[in-house]
Design a protein around this ligand. Structure first.
Ligand code: ZN
Length: 138
């Protein structure tokens, strides 16, 4: 069995941003040479997510509106966590949107459904953060 590991780095100018990382993940898979197996992709930070959904701008606005209803950024003092930090909302948003995805690798390609795309969800940006890609197979 082969395994391949790579970290992808992101630094957004905005506090919150959704980035389609499918091309970068496909590139890592290509580098690995693995044709059959499983690919894990996870955020390495507790205020960011990796998830799979549609690359449609209206839906991305809907995610922002929905997450702000569930866990509004402000007022900061509404959260117990916000003493030295102001990112309690980002921890909650990350938990709702998920930590990782696992995608089957078939014939050297990501075995995604027709509209499935992999996203990095940043909820407390403006600093460098990492995503791990780990692939096992042969
Ligand atoms: Zn925090």
């Amino acid at each position: 069995m082969k395994s391949h590991r790579k970290e992808l780095w992101f630094e957004t100018r905005e506090r919150r941003k959704l980035i389609n990382i499918t091309p970068q993940v496909e590139q890592v898979l290509s580098e690995s040479g693995i044709k059959e197996g499983l690919l894990l992709c996870n955020a390495m930070h507790i205020t960011a997510s990796v998830f799979i959904n549609d690359d449609e701008s209206g839906l991305h606005q809907d995610f922002e509106t929905w997450l702000e209803k569930l866990a509004p950024e402000k007022p900061y003092e509404q959260y117990h966590h916000n003493g030295y930090e102001d990112n309690a909302d980002a921890h909650l948003k990350r938990t709702v949107m998920g930590r990782e995805v696992v995608v089957a690798v078939t014939g050297g390609r990501l075995d995604l459904g027709p509209w499935e795309q992999i996203f990095y969800g940043e909820f407390d940006g403006k600093r460098k953060k990492r995503v791990l890609v780990k692939i096992i197979g042969e």
